[in-house]
Every structure is written in structure tokens, then in C-alpha cells.
Ligand binder design. Structure first.
Ligand SMILES: [Zn+2]
Length: 60
């Protein structure tokens, strides 16, 4: 089996555990963070900001 390591676009962590969204890799911990992040959470704008870049890529 090939060993493939991917860098998370949010935290930059190199890991094999995660999901791919719009051809961008998000590690499991960041995905969990996003899932449980509430709109009123301070981290929310951060994730939205990072994800916005993905949506922009997608719509170009
Ligand atoms: Zn991450």
C-alpha cells in the first residue's frame, strides 16, 4: 500500500486521517472542530475565512 501523507489546509498538519473537500484536505481534528463550532464561537469566522478561499477556488 502506498503511504500518502496530506497536509491539512487549516492547521497544516501532515496526516492521513481526514476528509477532502473541494480537492482540499482537512484533517479529522479540524473537521471535528468545524462540526462542533458554533456560530457564536470565536473560531467560526476563522474557519469561514479559510473555507471561503476554497469556495472562491471552486467558483473560479
Ligand atoms: Zn487540521
Amino acid at each position: 500500500m502506498e503511504h500518502q501523507e496530506t497536509h491539512c489546509i487549516i492547521c497544516g498538519e501532515a496526516t492521513e486521517d481526514g476528509i477532502v473537500v473541494v480537492n482540499q484536505f482537512i484533517c479529522t481534528s479540524c473537521e471535528q472542530e468545524m462540526v462542533k463550532t458554533d456560530v457564536e464561537d470565536r473560531k467560526y469566522p476563522f474557519f469561514i475565512h479559510r473555507l471561503k478561499r476554497l469556495w472562491v477556488h471552486m467558483n473560479v
